[in-house]
Ligand binder design. Structure first.
Ligand code: F42
Length: 144
């Protein structure tokens, strides 16, 4: 693993610093909301750098669901490519850190069900999907 390179989006890098710096006791919600956030530690597939990506906390039972929405921008987030290259990531959920293996859930029944759970937890995902041609990728994380 390389060294940690913070997100180029300052508000994101700031949230990671507060979340991790407080051992998962502060900065654990989406700013100005009470919606819980997790942090996915992944490996940059080009740089080998450690990347830390806050995402909304979406659960399917005891499995985490990761939504590569990037606010509905036309291209997938960089972290999407990192997870495809190396699905072994760590998920920090407040004070707990889980080692998991993620897999992308292709279009179909399972994805529809998971997308429904995502919308329940964070309705703006639908606005993001309406903004872009790309089908927003859905990952499910299974404990190793
Ligand atoms: N993003 C989501 O997609 N879904 C969410 O549910 C979500 C929730 C959320 C909650 C709180 C918060 O603070 C942020 C939240 N975000 C959410 C934003 C998320 O954390 C990411 O910032 C966002 O999805 C964009 O991801 P990104 O990986 O495109 O990040 C950019 C800004 C970035 O860091 N780019 C780096 C750069 O230097 O430009 C490169 C990052 C990288 O991983 N590079 C790879 C490498 O090898 O190091 C190469 C990757 C490649 O493209 O091949």
């Amino acid at each position: 693993m390389g060294e940690y390179i913070p997100s180029t989006w300052e508000w994101v890098a700031d949230q990671v610093e507060l979340y991790e710096g407080s051992g998962g006791t502060e900065g654990t919600n989406l700013r100005d909301t009470d919606m819980p956030v997790i942090i996915v530690t992944n490996t940059g597939h080009k740089t080998g750098a450690i990347r830390k990506t806050p995402l909304m906390k979406i659960m399917d039972g005891d499995r985490y669901v990761l939504i590569a929405s990037k606010g509905g921008r036309p291209v997938n987030p960089h972290w999407y490519h990192n997870l495809k290259a190396d699905p072994n990531v760590e998920i920090r959920d407040r004070t707990e850190v889980h080692s998991v293996k993620v897999r992308e859930v292709e279009a179909g029944e399972e994805r529809d069900r998971l997308w429904g759970l995502a919308l329940e937890a964070y309705p703006p995902y639908q606005e993001y999907q309406d903004k872009t041609e790309r089908l927003i990728p859905v990952f499910v994380a299974e404990a190793i």
